[in-house]
Design a protein around this ligand. Structure first.
Ligand code: SAH
Length: 243
């Protein structure tokens, strides 16, 4: 029977190795899931693949899982990043959660001229990524960077051949499929705030060789909808949703 729970842990994983649980993890396994001693849990750390482990000790302040066997070797998804202007309310949390489920390698909150939310709680967003990674079966947790200004992405022509697909609601752009014809090993998808990009930002973005404006169709999507639609199209055409 499939183990009840997957847990992201930081320690190295190998046969017989012990994994220390923090108080929250111990409480969740013992009191929320009410797992008995010896219960099986899947653990992953983003480096050593996924392991079957058994609950070998439990207490109020923590507990221990002992690794039994590797269930999946480590494999990382596409090198796909999301650059997004944070939006109001819990929509930013949903953007982070859904982008994790859609397989991004990392997320960068971006400050644009019309970004209303000027600060993000990196720790809280990272916790959301961990929860989503545990739930969706990924073997890694996306990196969440601190908020960064848009103009930091204009100049650099990444030496890793990366490109930025810039979701341009202003029209006159190619589709994601067409943009992905140019083979790239690393892609970032950029989505603007509720108020969109300013004309000056669009001009600057379009002037960069490594930034390609793309359309998401004839309708103006909410920023979060644009994130989900764009990531799905990219993963389907270039990433791991087509394998
Ligand atoms: N300026 C818009 C709102 C922006 S939508 C308005 O008139 O209300 C928020 C972001 O979603 C945009 O900045 C863009 O990055 C993306 N987006 C929304 N619809 C899009 C479309 N049809 N094509 C490309 N990007 C789109």
């Amino acid at each position: 029977m499939k183990p009840a729970q997957r847990l992201f842990v930081k320690t190295d994983l190998a046969i017989g190795s012990d994994v220390s649980l923090d108080a929250n993890q111990a409480h969740y396994l013992a009191n929320v899931l009410r797992l008995p001693m010896g219960a099986e849990v899947l653990v992953f750390n983003g480096r050593d693949g996924e392991w079957l482990a058994t609950l070998s000790a439990i207490a109020k302040k923590g507990g221990t899982l002992t690794c039994v066997s590797q269930t999946r070797p480590q494999s990382n998804g596409s090198d796909l990043w999301l650059l997004f202007a944070p939006v109001k309310g819990d929509r930013t949390d949903y953007i982070v959660e859904k982008a994790t489920e859609l397989g991004v390698a990392g997320l960068v909150p971006v400050l644009t001229e019309r970004t209303i939310v000027r600060k993000v709680n990196q720790e809280r967003l990272t916790a959301r990524c961990i929860e989503a990674s545990e739930q969706c079966g990924r073997l890694s947790v996306p990196q969440v960077w601190d908020i960064a200004p848009l103009n930091g992405f204009y100049e650099e022509t990444p030496d890793d051949g990366g490109i930025i697909l810039f979701a341009d609601e202003g029209g006159d752009a190619i589709t994601i499929d067409q943009a992905l014809a140019s083979n790239s090993s690393k892609i970032a998808f950029l989505v603007g705030p509720e108020g969109g990009f300013t004309p000056a930002e669009r001009t600057r973005l379009r002037a960069c060789n490594h930034i390609i404006p793309v359309t998401l169709g004839p309708r103006i999507l909410r920023a979060d909808t644009a994130v989900y639609a764009g990531l799905a199209l990219i993963q389907s055409a270039w990433g791991d949703m087509s394998r």
